[in-house]
Design a binder for this molecule. Structure first.
Ligand SMILES: NC(=O)c1ccc[n+]([C@@H]2O[C@H](COP(=O)([O-])OP(=O)(O)OC[C@H]3O[C@@H](n4cnc5c(N)ncnc54)[C@H](OP(=O)(O)O)[C@@H]3O)[C@@H](O)[C@H]2O)c1
Length: 257
């Protein structure tokens, strides 16, 4: 990744923070984008102390002007954008019957319009090809109860990724969807909740560094669909092969109060 410039959204926490560290360790100059500027500053200092190059840009991905400013700063500082990691995202829990439209609009603004804003602003600065990596989720392949609204944002993101991949192929730009399963970050605490309902069982999950390694692999080599664990692959393959059986299992073990 030496000489490459990577923009990482949601770099203030969890998967994005770990990804910025790995990309920097592999030689990329990193643009750290999120709203929590102070946290980004700590990370930038850590990266600089380790000999890397990082710039902090306070960014709200849901705000087009903010994203425009972030990309301008990235290009001003480092000259181009070679890798865009659309990682910033937000959960939403609640049964479909109870989801509030305002919450739905907000998670779509962050999880779908956010990546779209970043792609549209970054593309003109990728004339020599590049990599776009969109962080989806295994529940963007098979929706599960109590988080249907969140799942819908990731299904929609996959659709944009699939269309974009074909549209930019001639420009030497690859588009990768990464599908993490449960990852041990602050994601659940940061999620919006429709009401104080007991949440479904959740696997222990992997550390964010495991996802970051996969994202860094995609930043180097491209690739279409990237899973983090074999269990995630089996979940997605099994649920698509046997959707009715999956409904029954989810009803039995997940949908109850
Ligand atoms: N953790 C999991 O189990 C899991 C599983 C599958 C997929 N994912 C996906 O992985 C991605 C990263 O999640 P995580 O687990 O690392 O969660 P996290 O620790 O809560 O981190 C979320 C990041 O997104 C940023 N963000 C949220 N809203 C933003 C906005 N409007 N503008 C800019 N940045 C924003 C946050 O930064 P600020 O608050 O500073 O803006 C933070 O850096 C998300 O897309 C999530 O959907 C997570």
């Amino acid at each position: 990744m030496g000489g490459k410039v990577a923009v990482v959204t949601g770099a203030s926490s969890g998967i994005g923070e770990a990804t910025a560290r790995v990309l920097s360790a592999r030689g990329a100059s990193v643009v750290l984008a999120a709203r929590a500027e102070e946290k980004l500053g700590f990370l930038a200092r850590e990266i600089s102390a380790a000999g890397g190059r990082a710039v902090v840009v306070k960014t709200d991905v849901a705000d087009r002007e903010s994203v425009k400013g972030m990309v301008e700063r990235a290009v001003g500082e480092f000259g181009s954008v070679d890798v865009l990691v659309n990682n910033a995202g937000l959960g939403l829990s609640g049964r479909v019957a109870e989801l509030r439209p305002d919450d739905m609009r907000y998670v779509f603004d962050v999880n779908l319009l956010g990546p779209l804003n970043c792609v549209q602003e970054a593309l003109p600065h990728m004339p020599r090809g590049g990599r776009i990596i969109n962080v989806s989720s295994v529940v963007g392949k098979r929706a599960i109860p109590k988080v249907g609204g969140y799942c819908a944002t990731k299904f929609a993101l996959n659709a944009l990724s699939d269309a974009l991949r074909v549209e930019v192929a001639d420009r030497g730009i690859t588009v990768t969807s990464v599908y993490p399963g449960t990852t041990r970050t602050s994601f659940r605490d940061n999620s919006r909740r429709t009401k104080s309902e007991k949440r479904g069982w959740r696997p222990k999950g992997v550390p964010p560094e495991a996802v970051a390694e996969k994202i860094a692999g995609a930043a180097e080599k491209g690739g279409r669909d990237v899973y983090v664990t074999l269990t995630d692959r089996i979940f997605v393959a099994g649920t698509s092969l046997a959707p009715g059986l999956t409904d029954l299992v989810l009803h039995r073990f997940w949908a109850k109060d």
